[in-house]
Design a protein around this ligand. Structure first.
Ligand code: UDX
Length: 438
């Protein structure tokens, strides 16, 4: 079988699946995306994506146009595929810390029922360690001639296409050489680019993903803990981060202090990891992640404390402008967004909160209709008694503070992301507050 003759299905067409499907098609494979949501599939069939991800819209439209990429709601349509990538979501359960495996389990049953002999199911979803072995055993019960491997995904929202086409490493959890050989065919272009290739067993492959996300979360909470100390001691966390980042053993990335991490991955992954460790009788090893989570959530409270300090303890009727709703820039994802969490808490304290975001207003309004939304920065800050900068979009860094001053009631800004040019805002006559900077 030549690699381009490989037929691929991608099950689950969210951020991960839609991106993976479009990228695989762009490499020349025939790809069919499967999802149980008919509305999503109808949109994708037209070459459109139901969320904002730079570059993905064009790539996906091109691939649909080329005929290499199609979408379906029927598993029977992918029965002749050689490889099935499982890309369904594993959100946090509503009544605990663990990951909800409903979609993973259901899609394994569906794909198992149609998988042809010799086909390979490849899990990409983030799952609790042990899931892959369990799913493999179940798959072999349904079809002893199919196989299952695990191939975690490390893409960042906002850079999804780049990270999928040119990952910084490929990790494959396999139980035999044949599965690895098939995956080497799929990723031949990356292998040609010398992308590091790590073969692992199934549990290690699953663990690589949650370990990486735990490390990143730890790095962010570490610098946010230093921000708390800087505030208490009169230091400046941005200078501190720069200085420690020059040590190559530490590195400067992911040391941006501020309101902390959110999104669909980091928060739920560290919690699911703790829940799984407890099941394994190893909870002590991950006790520190509890603290990482607490530091992260505390950063949001510190912004609210700053608002109270600069306005009044009683926030009822106070006009607050919030710049940013997405959990990070270049994304319209508002899942566990620190920015929106702060906006909602201030609103619940009685303030009148108006939010602006260049891309995430629709999903934010859907989730929190109680907030006010403004179409422009100027409209958002009109008569505001305090302005909060909570997602570091480029357009906010380019604001002219002098011009903006004429709209607000009080020229006070809290930079929740340590991303604005403090000197410029001070020169324009603003009171400038930031986390971790005295
Ligand atoms: C993350 C991982 O980076 C990725 O490898 C994995 O596949 C999925 O989870 P993502 O959720 O897209 O990706 O966001 P990321 O860029 O990691 O940022 C996560 C959060 O941390 C954001 O809310 C961001 O604002 C925050 N962050 C990031 C900081 O507060 N400080 C930093 O220095 C870096």
């Amino acid at each position: 079988m030549t690699s381009m003759a490989l037929k691929i299905s991608v099950i689950g067409t969210g951020y991960l699946g839609a991106t993976h499907a479009a990228c695989m098609a762009s490499l020349g494979f025939h790809v069919i995306g499967v999802d149980v949501d008919p509305a999503k599939i109808a949109l994708l069939q037209k070459g459109e994506i139901p969320f904002y991800e730079p570059g993905l819209d064009t790539l996906l439209a091109e691939q649909v146009q080329s005929g290499r990429l199609t979408f379906t709601t029927k598993f029977s349509d992918v029965a002749d595929c050689d490889i099935h990538f499982l890309c369904v979501g594993t959100p946090q359960v509503t009544d605990g810390l663990a990951a909800d495996l409903t979609f993973v389990n259901a899609s394994l049953e569906e794909v198992g029922a149609i998988a042809k002999d010799g086909s390979l199911v490849v899990g990409k979803s983030t799952v609790p360690v042990g899931t892959a072995a369990r799913l493999r055993a179940r798959l072999l019960e349904i079809n002893p001639k199919a196989d299952l491997a695990w191939n975690p995904e490390f893409l960042r929202e906002g850079f999804a296409v780049e990270d999928t086409l040119h990952p910084n490493r490929l990790v494959v959890g396999v139980t035999n050489d044949r599965a690895e050989e098939i995956l080497k065919e799929v990723y031949a272009s990356n292998i040609a680019e010398n992308t590091p290739w790590v073969r692992a067993d199934l549990p290690t492959a699953e663990l690589v993903k949650v370990a990486a996300n735990s490390f990143l979360a730890t790095k962010i909470s570490f610098i946010n803990a230093m921000a708390e100390i800087c505030e208490a001691a009169g230091g400046d966390v941005t200078v501190l981060a720069k200085a420690i980042g020059y040590d190559p053993r530490i590195g400067s990335r992911f040391l941006q202090a501020g309101i902390g991490f959110g999104g669909g991955c980091l928060p739920k992954d560290i919690r699911a990891f703790m829940a799984r460790a407890e099941e394994l009788g190893a909870s002590q090893a991950l006790e520190f992640l509890r603290e990482i989570d607490s530091i992260n959530l505390r950063a949001r409270q510190r912004v609210i404390e700053l608002v109270r300090r600069d306005l009044t303890e009683d926030l009822r009727g106070k006009k607050v402008a919030v710049l940013g709703a997405a959990f990070k820039p270049d994304s319209d994802d508002v899942r566990d967004s620190p920015a929106l969490d702060i906006a909602v808490q201030i609103q619940a304290a009685g303030a009148i909160v108006t939010v602006h975001d260049p891309k995430a207003m629709e999903p934010a309004a859907k989730r929190f209709p109680v907030l006010n939304f403004a179409q422009s920065i100027e409209e958002c800050v009109q008569d505001a008694e305090i302005v909060l900068h909570l997602t570091e979009w480029k357009m906010y860094r380019e604001i002219d503070p002098l011009a903006l001053k004429s709209y607000v009631a009080n020229a006070i800004i809290i930079d929740g992301r340590n991303a604005l040019d403090r000197e410029k805002w001070l020169e324009a006559g603003w009171k400038f507050r930031a986390l971790g900077r005295a």
